[in-house]
Design a protein around this ligand. Structure first.
Ligand code: UDX
Length: 432
């Protein structure tokens, strides 16, 4: 099938590469010329494990092209996928729909033949109706349907998640549109567990899922606080809980709070929508509040570990919002760095992939190291903020030789506490 994808970000690009790899003819469209120029020059614009290889092959096959022209990308498409950002309004936190609305109005002009317009961006419930109206206003003669096709991929696992979709939720209000999406996912065969629901149900499933996952993370973070006081070990508690298949073992890793471009945005947008309907979502509201407070508490935990030192030097390991990605948006690590800087801390940081993005946020307010040991050199404390697998295997004996005072604050419980204590580190973790 011919597919046009509007937006070449963390959702649009992996989706475009994936669909081209499956044999569809894909045109990725973006208004930012620099992005398109870079992609046309064969330079990928974001880090996702395994994406570069597939990207190159898909371009070489001629099934993946890039353009700034909506006409080129939409004109002959059977399916047009909207994968543009819906960033939170800085004050109200409601989803800002300007990119979706602009894309809808622009693509409407170029629709030819029956086309399915699929909202893959996370959009407020009812957006499908609004996009439908906008397209009809601009092009009353257009023959199209708007469906909701929410994205469930996790950053850092986008390629894996594309080819192994947990589920494909389709919000279609006509059989015809549903059949087009069925054809789009036909190459997946049985692997794609597809569920066809009303468009508004599909839009709600996305928010409901993310808010629930965020709540689950907040729950285990609160449980970690309890374990620290009660002498229990939160990892043993999480393991025991997770053995109950009704609870499930995933998303029970305590840490400095959830971050990223999804959970903070989606929990706030869900709460905002609910308030609009006069519905109280107390669990989500509490999750938002507790998660925000946690970042400050975690910064204090680091400062407390060096409270006896004048102008401590803090080595920070991890700046991305989670391991496996270069994305620093709403990163707990960056928020903690910000809180530490407010206290005048002297910070040197290392992150395997995210330092360029971090520099766009804090510039030279912090120093950047070549690796973990370079960061630890002369430091009074090493703080682990992001769950990079690389940090799990850190040579603690060598780390200690680099440091001025051997102190660790491990906000992801990645390092071996027993080994650290044996080596003479003072070790502060989470929930144990
Ligand atoms: C999330 C959803 O998982 C995905 O299905 C949806 O499509 C987009 O939003 P993502 O935001 O990429 O994906 O990251 P995720 O892996 O969910 O982690 C989100 C945050 O929660 C990160 O800051 C991560 O460090 C944190 N987290 C995750 C925990 O603190 N503990 C956990 O057990 C899991």
């Amino acid at each position: 099938m011919k597919v046009g994808i509007i937006g070449t970000g963390y959702v649009g690009l992996p989706t475009g590469v994936g669909l081209a790899t499956l044999g569809h003819d894909v045109v990725c469209i973006d208004a930012v010329a620099e992005k398109i120029d870079s992609l046309k020059a064969g330079k990928i614009t974001l880090f996702e494990d395994g994406l570069e290889e597939l990207f190159r092959k898909a371009v070489e096959s001629g099934r993946l092209r890039f353009t700034c022209s909506m006409k080129e990308g939409v004109g002959s498409a059977d399916v047009v996928i909207l994968a543009v950002g819906t960033p939170p309004h800085p004050v109200t936190k409601e989803a800002d729909m300007k990119y979706i609305h602009a894309a809808a109005r622009e693509l409407a002009q170029y629709l030819t033949g029956y086309t399915v317009v699929a909202n893959k961006s996370t959009v407020p419930v009812g957006t499908g109706d609004a996009v439908d109206r906008m397209i009809r206003d601009v092009n009353p003669a257009a023959d199209f349907d708007v469906v909701s096709l929410p994205e469930f991929l996790r950053e850092g696992f986008a390629v894996h998640d594309f080819f192994n979709p947990d589920r494909v939720i389709v919000g279609a209000n006509t059989e015809k549109a549903a059949n087009v999406i069925k054809e789009l996912y036909a190459p997946f065969g049985e692997k794609a567990r597809m569920l066809f629901v009303k468009r508004r149900s599909s839009e709600t499933i996305k928010y409901a899922s993310n808010a629930f996952l965020a709540m689950k993370i907040n729950y285990i973070n609160e449980m970690a606080n309890f374990c620290e006081k009660s002498g229990a070990d939160v990892f043993e508690v999480a393991k025991g809980m997770g053995m109950d298949t009704r609870i499930g073992a995933k998303f029970l890793n305590p840490g400095p709070g959830y971050g990223g471009s999804c959970f903070p945005k989606d929990t706030n947008a869900m709460a905002y929508m609910a308030r609009g309907y006069g519905v109280e979502m107390s669990l989500i509201e509490t999750t938002i509040r507790q998660n925000d407070a946690r970042k400050t508490q975690m910064a204090e935990r680091i400062l407390n570990a060096v409270a006896d030192i004048e102008n401590p030097k803090i080595a920070v390991l991890g700046l991305a919002f989670k391991g496996g990605t270069d994305d620093c948006r709403e990163s707990p690590a960056m928020e903690i760095v910000g809180a530490l800087l407010k206290h005048g801390a002297d910070i040197i940081a290392f992150d395997p992939k995210a330092m360029d993005n971090a520099k766009k946020l804090v510039g030279d307010k912090i120093k950047y190291a070549a690796d973990a040991f370079d960061a630890a050199r002369g430091a009074d404390v090493v703080a682990v903020l992001t769950e990079w697998v690389d940090f799990k295997s850190l040579d603690l004996a060598r780390l200690k030789t680099e440091m001025k005072t051997p102190r660790i604050v491990d906000l992801r419980n990645l390092l071996d506490k027993d080994e650290a204590v044996k080596l003479g580190f003072s070790y502060v973790g989470i929930g144990r």
